[in-house]
Ligand binder design. Structure first.
Ligand code: UDP
Ligand code: MG
Length: 318
């Protein structure tokens, strides 16, 4: 029998995890699909009752296991813990807040059986999300798609079915500053989309603040492409080009009309403009250098505080 791992990263989801588990076992027809399953909760350093609740669930139900991380690492890293633990035939990643309807898993499995290795759920409409969030994310994906060679699929989140091959590939990517949505495209494999209407969050608030989103976006750009570095080079060329043309103009003008005293505002503007360009370029360079610095430490991505899993001998703390 093929085995399926349902991985659920949770950060302060005390009100949602029980309901999620109920929906998983009622909405997904494991018997009909001929699948053995395991539900893995990754407790990403929750500060509420989430830890105790998933522990109780794991004691009560045989098909539930959990890994508690030593602190809050963020969803991207919590997902790595799931990739590391994985020893099944396929994996489904889903959010704990029931924004990802479990019933869709049935269709995902069917597509997987047809030979697709990465079945991703694509959001049609987004309920309970502000116009601002929807628009900014649209622009972001358009920008990222324009500047990188492996485009990121817009509206495709982490709700996906991944074949063993894909998980093994993703597991091999150990970068500490992760942009998983991009990594799915970096590793490749046969992909297919499946449309769904994202439900509003069941309980609680989204963990993403505007600041978080800006951070994730800049992480997305800098960990995924080196285009900004090229942009600053272009900017340098353009500014120098203008400066050169201006120099010729002044030279010719001086020969024809003779030297003039004016031009002070021009100099101030040029100094400020160039100073700005240099600072921007330095900043971009610094972003990448910081990335090299962080990655060069080569630290383990996370530490496990406690776990109850069906494969205790696996060392998932690497
Ligand atoms: N999450 C996590 N660690 C974090 C933040 C979020 O594991 O630091 C989990 C969260 O519990 C949820 C999923 O990631 O299951 C998506 O989070 P959220 O619903 O806040 O994001 P949104 O749906 O607004 O993108
Ligand atoms: Mg959510």
């Amino acid at each position: 029998m093929e085995r399926l791992l349902l991985a659920v990263p949770c950060y302060n989801e005390a009100d949602n995890v029980e309901e999620l588990y109920q929906r998983v076992v009622t909405d997904i027809d494991f018997a009909g699909l001929g699948l053995a399953h395991e539900v893995l909760f990754i407790n990403d350093g929750s500060t509420d009752q989430t830890g105790e609740i998933i522990k109780a669930l794991a004691h009560k139900h045989e098909d539930v296991s959990y890994i508690s991380l030593s602190r809050n690492y963020g969803k991207e890293t919590a997902m790595v813990a799931a990739f590391d633990y994985f020893h099944h035939d396929a994996m489904i990643m889903m959010d704990a807040d029931l924004q990802h309807p479990p019933v869709l898993v049935n269709d995902m499995i069917k597509l997987w059986r047809l030979g697709y290795e990465d079945v991703y759920a694509k959001r049609n409409k987004r309920e309970g999300e502000s116009w601002f969030k929807i628009k900014t994310s649209q622009w972001f994906y358009r920008l990222l798609g324009a500047i990188s060679r492996t485009p990121v699929t817009p509206d495709a989140g982490d709700f996906r079915l991944l074949d063993k091959k894909v998980v093994v590939a993703l597991r091999a990517l150990r970068e500490s500053q992760r942009y998983t949505k991009g990594l799915y495209n970096v590793v490749g494999f046969r992909k297919v989309a499946i449309d769904f209407d994202a439900a509003p969050r069941l309980h609680g608030k989204s963990k993403w603040s505007l600041f978080n989103l800006i951070n994730l976006a800049s992480e997305g750009v800098t960990s995924y492409t080196t285009a900004p570095l090229r942009l600053s080079t272009f900017l340098g060329f353009i500014v120098s080009g203008f400066a050169f043309l201006y120099m010729i103009y002044l030279f010719v003008k001086t020969i024809i009309v003779g030297p003039t005293q004016s031009g002070f505002p021009t100099i101030v503007i040029l100094i400020l403009f160039l100073g700005g360009c240099i600072l921007i370029s330095n900043g971009i360079l610094g972003e990448y250098l910081a990335r090299v610095f962080m990655e060069s430490k080569n630290r383990p991505l996370y530490f496990v505080e406690e776990k109850k899993t069906n494969d205790e001998q696996r060392d998932s703390s690497r």
